[in-house]
Design a binder for this molecule. Structure first.
Ligand SMILES: [Zn+2]
Length: 306
């Protein structure tokens, strides 16, 4: 297995050690800063073709606890749950956002998926706009909503405004082939004092280290290219004039039944047996908020220095 041929996107080093072997790409760790990355990586075309209808509804996930995973079992089914979580994020963002009273804050989301955040943010009074690389997702949003959505990579689309109050990138940065290119553009598009809100997994959280190769995020070797921790995400954003104000772990709301199915991807057998023991079965629809400390939410403010 050959180590990455490219410089570390955070510190520029070329010294790597193998962390989790997979095929065709493995996960490597930068020996200087701790940034982790997939190598070799898929091509731009392979990545673009991945995000089709099947990606958003893919119930046939691997039974092997070390096997690769792709997409979501049923992304749309979880919409009401994701919106509970997104409302929590929007409330946090609001405490950091200063806008002229009466003006609707402008929000650009990169990687809008099926538009859950944009819809919720609009309800919270934002003037919203999305960028999405998946043709399937983009067409879905254009059918469902009337806010503007651009199809393509941030570098190739022309947003409607010159600058924004907030740019959102939730569960996006790990999917990018060139996070540096995207962050440079985000920094350009944020007004001084504007906020970059980013959610990603923490590759060094307790649970990430404990599960290692079994971790869902690491097994997504067709879609996850880069893995930050609390320190490397801060180092990275600072290079683009973004001062980190806040890094906090955040969880997701689940219904008990689908949560058991999800845990079954990591511990096959155990959680399927537990699920079968739950009576009455109406309990499987109970909602609970679960925060294993794996995902981090980062809020950074665009400074005036760049
Ligand atoms: Zn590094």
């Amino acid at each position: 297995m050959q180590p990455p041929r490219k410089k570390c996107i955070v510190c520029g080093s070329r010294r790597y050690s193998l962390r989790y072997p997979f095929k065709p790409g493995s996960i490597w760790r930068c020996r200087t800063c701790g940034m982790m990355m997939l190598w070799p990586r898929p091509s731009e075309d392979q990545l673009r073709s991945l995000y089709d209808a099947h990606y958003y509804k893919n119930p046939s996930q691997s039974d092997d606890p070390n096997g690769e995973l792709v997409g979501y079992m049923d992304y749309l089914r979880d919409k009401p749950l994701r919106q509970i979580d997104l409302r929590r994020v929007l409330r946090m963002v609001r405490t950091f956002l200063h806008v002229r009273s009466g003006a609707a804050p402008s929000l650009l989301e990169i990687g809008s998926g099926l538009g859950f955040l944009l819809e919720e943010a609009r309800r919270h009074g934002y003037d919203v706009e999305g960028v999405e690389i998946s043709r399937f997702a983009c067409e879905y949003m254009r059918r469902e909503y009337d806010f503007p959505v651009h199809l393509g990579d941030l570098a190739e689309v022309q947003p409607l405004r010159e600058s924004y109050d907030v740019c959102f990138m939730l569960d996006l940065i790990e999917h990018l082939l060139s996070p540096r290119k995207t962050l440079a553009r985000v920094s350009q598009l944020l007004r001084p004092g504007g906020l970059c809100v980013l959610g990603t997994m923490d590759c060094d959280s307790f649970v990430s280290r404990m599960l290692g190769k079994r971790m869902e995020d690491f097994r997504r070797i067709r879609e996850h290219m880069f893995f930050f921790n609390r320190r490397t995400i801060r180092m990275f954003l600072e290079q683009f004039g973004l001062d980190v104000l806040f890094v906090r772990s955040f969880g997701l709301t689940f219904e008990l039944g689908p949560l058991m199915d999800r845990l079954g991807l990591t511990f096959p057998g155990a959680f399927r047996r537990i699920r079968a023991l739950i009576h009455p079965s109406s309990l499987l629809g109970k909602r609970l908020y679960v925060n294993p400390g794996v995902k981090i939410l980062v809020i950074a403010r665009r400074n005036r220095r760049v």
